[in-house]
Design a protein around this ligand. Structure first.
Ligand code: UD1
Length: 420
């Protein structure tokens, strides 16, 4: 089993290029099933979740090639032979559910089981199911399987989501792209990754409009055609590097990122004592001071609010910020599993329900910890960079699900971190 060995205390400096977005590339790979031709997807990060999505595409009988040195995937879905996704592939990652909309949209049926992925609390798919039902899909449950069929094809519908779920929004868009008529989604997710999926599909000939806050209008088209698309930069990976520089101190520029997508994240580093400079596609962060706690409660919210995915990495930096910071997690019910691991490193964090109270300590010390989930594991790396001594992080397969060689990125900036 692989581990990260982090020896804390080094300041970071230099420049790094941010990977393509995990949360953009996964739905886009699934949506490639809708293309009657070839989709060339550039900027596809080398992640274990990318490989899981590629395996599902292969199982569906779609031609798929990944050149990981070029970070380019080409998917040719002119032919698709299957409409069911085996249980073991569904269990590999939560994002397997992103295949539901595209497969039903393309073949008129889909069979799958409930998805797996990081254990960060219950992750129901009721909104995905009820939206598809409104579009003419019949859903039957047998044992652990769900069968979706649209014998007469899918039709447009007016779908009001009770919560702006990213995955449900993306599945509805994919199912609606070639459905008969118009679909209108209200209270849709507005995350930049949703916008990137829309851009991908529109480049292929879809007719999707983001028509005001949380409103998406999709006019069904007969077919989608070949295209080339570059996925957006990963705002959470950028936040992770910047949290690392804030925690460890240093002067770093992250390139290939979009500061406009990070407006709820960057001010936090400034409140903690860092100086942040932004350009069109880069962020420079300079931090040499002792860190301060955040002046106000940090609440995770849907976009454009502060993202739940950045909560644990910012917490990694807050462990040593003088004063008390209160964090409230409102998106997932079990997203503090990294806290007991950070406590092993000397962090003073108390969790009560949705709230975590972090009292900044003077020092963290190295410890043996385990990554509990993708972003929690990255939070432990951040804490390790600023701890005295050696931190050994096990179960890094979780971290590899979403970061393209995180240890090499930090090592290139001067951190003492290696994979063994
Ligand atoms: C996506 C992201 C994930 C991020 C999350 C929230 C990808 C690949 N993953 O996950 O990194 O943390 O958005 O920004 O893009 N819910 C229901 N019923 C449903 C669907 C969702 O109750 O049918 C609830 C979930 O349990 C959760 C909340 O809605 O509490 C948010 O989930 P959702 O936005 O759907 O997240 P994902 O699309 O799974």
């Amino acid at each position: 089993m692989q581990k990260f060995i982090v020896t804390g205390g080094r300041k970071l400096s230099g420049e790094t290029i941010i990977q393509g977005s995990k949360n953009a590339v996964l739905p886009i790979l699934a949506a490639a099933v809708l293309i009657d031709g070839e989709a060339v997807i550039e900027g596809a990060p080398k992640l274990s979740d990318t490989y899981s999505a590629i395996r599902i595409l292969g199982h569906l009988g779609v031609k798929v090639k990944y050149c990981d040195s070029q970070k380019t995937v080409s998917v040719n879905a002119t032919q698709i032979h299957a409409h069911e996704i085996p249980d073991e592939m569904m269990k590999e990652m939560r994002s397997s559910i992103f295949f539901l909309g595209p497969v039903i949209g393309r073949t008129g049926s889909c069979k799958l089981s409930y998805p797996g992925g990081c254990d960060i609390g219950l992750r129901p798919i009721d909104m995905h199911i009820s939206a598809l039902e409104q579009m003419g899909v019949k859903v039957t449950h047998t044992d652990e399987h769900l069968h979706f069929t649209a014998d007469k094809g899918l039709h447009g519908a007016k779908i009001a989501l009770r919560f702006p779920s990213v995955g449900a929004t993306e599945n509805i868009i994919c199912a609606a792209v070639t459905a008969k008529g118009t679909t209108v989604i209200t209270n849709a997710a507005r995350e930049p990754e949703v916008t990137d999926l829309i851009k991908f599909l529109n480049t292929a000939g879809a007719k999707i409009k983001q028509a005001g806050e949380g409103r998406i209008v999709i006019n069904g088209v007969a077919k989608l055609h070949s295209l080339t698309h570059t996925v957006i930069p990963d705002r959470i990976a950028a936040a992770t590097i910047l949290a690392g520089v804030t925690a460890a101190g240093g002067f770093v520029t992250v390139r290939n990122c979009n500061p406009l997508d990070m407006e709820a994240i960057l001010p936090l580093f400034e409140h903690m004592g860092a100086s942040v400079f932004t350009g069109k596609d880069f962020v420079t962060l300079n931090c040499g001071k002792k860190l301060r706690a955040l002046p106000e409660k940090l609440t995770t919210m849907v976009y454009p609010g502060f993202p739940t995915d950045a909560q644990s990495v910012v917490m990694g930096a807050l462990c040593k910020a003088a004063g008390t910071t209160v964090v409230e997690e409102t998106i997932f019910e079990n997203r503090y599993r990294h806290v007991p691991e950070m406590q092993k490193m000397g962090a003073d964090i108390v969790v009560s329900g949705k709230t975590a109270v972090i009292k900044g300590v003077k020092r963290l010390h190295g410890a043996k910890v385990n990554a509990t989930d993708l972003r929690g594991g990255a939070g432990m790396v951040i804490a390790g960079l600023t701890a005295e001594g050696v931190t050994e992080i096990g179960d890094i397969r979780f971290i590899d699900r979403g970061y393209d060689e995180l240890e090499l990125t930090f090592a290139s900036l001067g951190a003492d971190i290696k994979r063994i």
